[in-house]
Design a protein around this ligand. Structure first.
Ligand code: AMP
Ligand code: ZN
Length: 124
C-alpha cells in the first residue's frame, strides 16, 4: 500500500508528496483527486497557503502540454481558496518560485497564495 501511494504521488523523498500521502502532517485547506492545498508552515503574511498538484511535477519549467488542464485548475482553485480565506476584496499575491534563481526550496510545483497585508514589489 505504501509503495502504491509512493508510485501514485511521485518521488518517495519529496516532502510535499509525503504531505499529500498523509505521512507528514499539514494544516489542510482543500483536497480533491488532483489538487491539495495547505497552510505554509512559515507564513510570510497573515494569509499564506500553498496549492499543489498531487502529480509530482518538480517545478513550472517541467510542465508539459498534457498538464495544461491541471495548471489551469491549480490557478483557479487558488483563486477560489483565496476568496474563502478573505482575500476577495483586497487581493494578494499568487507566486510560483522556480529553481535556484527563483528561490525554490521544495522541488514539487507549488503555488503560493499570500495576502492579508500590503505586499512589497519588486521582490529582492
Ligand atoms: P519555495 O521557497 O517557493 O520552494 O517555497 C517552499 C515553501 O514551503 C516555503 O514557504 C516553506 O515555508 C513551505 N514549507 C516547507 N515545508 C513545509 C511543511 N512541512 N508544511 C507546510 N509548508 C512547508
Ligand atoms: Zn513531490
Amino acid at each position: 500500500m505504501k509503495r502504491l501511494r509512493m508510485l501514485y504521488s511521485g518521488m518517495s523523498n519529496c516532502i510535499f508528496c509525503k504531505i499529500i500521502a498523509g505521512e507528514i502532517p499539514s494544516k489542510k485547506i482543500y483536497e480533491d483527486d488532483e489538487i491539495f492545498a495547505f497552510h505554509d508552515i512559515n507564513p510570510a503574511a497573515p494569509v499564506h497557503f500553498l496549492v499543489i498538484p498531487k502529480k509530482h511535477i518538480e517545478n513550472v519549467m517541467e510542465l508539459e502540454p498534457e498538464d495544461t488542464m491541471l495548471a489551469g485548475r491549480l490557478l483557479h482553485k487558488a483563486q477560489e481558496l483565496a476568496c474563502e480565506q478573505g482575500l476577495q476584496e483586497k487581493g494578494g499575491r499568487f507566486v510560483i518560485n522556480a529553481k535556484s534563481h527563483g528561490g525554490q526550496t521544495v522541488d514539487h510545483l507549488h503555488l503560493h497564495v499570500l495576502g492579508g497585508r500590503a505586499l512589497g514589489w519588486p521582490p529582492g
